[in-house]
Write a new protein. Sequence first.
Length: 280
Amino acid sequence: MKLRKVTAASAAVLALALSVTACGGDSKDEGSGSGSGGGKIKVGIKYDQPGLGLKKPDGSFSGFDVDVATYVAKQLGYKPDQIEFVETKSADRENALARGDVKFIAATYSINDERKKKVDFAGPYLLAHQDLLVKKDSKISEATDLNGEKLCSVTGSTSAQNVKDDFAPKAQLREYSGYSECIAGLQSGAVDALTTDDSILAGFASQDKYKGQFKLAGLKLSNENYGIGVKKGDTATVNKINAALEKMVSDGSWQKAVDANFGPAGYKNEPAPKIGVIVK
C-alpha cells in the first residue's frame, strides 16, 4: 500500500513536469526565424518612408520594403500576424543585427563594402539611384548647384556624404534623424534640397499633403543596390532569403509590389536585379 502511494506521487510529479515542458515548448525566440510555424519573427524596417516603409496612424504598415519583408517571412514559415516590424533607423541598422534585435532588415539598406564588414546581405532586390528633391520652383538642377546651399539628409545614410565627396564639397550639410524632418525643413525653407534615393523621394513627393510642392531633379548620382541585412555569419538565412527573393520575382509578386507602391508617383524603376549582382 505504501509503495503504491509513492508510485502515484511520482507519476503525478512526472505528469506535471511533462505539462510544464509542453507549455514551455510553445514559446519561441521572436528573433530566431526558425520558421516552424509558431512564435514570431522580428523584422527591421523604416517607419517614416512613404512608398517603402511607413507606419500608418492605425498602427499598420505599408510600402515596398514591407511587402518584400512580408513575402520573405512567409517563405521562412511565418504568417503576416507572426511578423513584428521593428523600427531600425539608418544609424542603428548594424547594431540591431549584431544585438539580435531583429532577424533581418529590409529598410532601403544599400549594399556597400564598408557595411559588408559588419553584416551579411541577401539580394539585391531593388536598384535605386541617388537624386535630389527640391521645391517646385527651385533653380537647382545639377548636383554642383548645391555648393553654398543647405543640403539635408539622414544621419547614417550614404547619400549626403556622396554629395560632399563627389559633387558639391561646399554644400552646407544638415543631418537629421529621419526623412520626415528633412521634408519639413524643405517645406519651411530651412534647407534647400533633400538628397537620398529616388525611390524614397518619389514616395514623399506622391503624398497628398505634399503634392505639387516638390520635384525630383532627375539625377542619377549613384547606384543604390538595396539588400536585406542579416547578422554576420548567418549564411543559412541569407540563402533562404535569396531563394525567397528569386521566387518573388518569378511569380510576379515583385512587379506587383513595385506597381502598387511606386506607380502613383510615376517612378520609373529599374528591372529586378539578379541576386548577387551589384551594379557599381
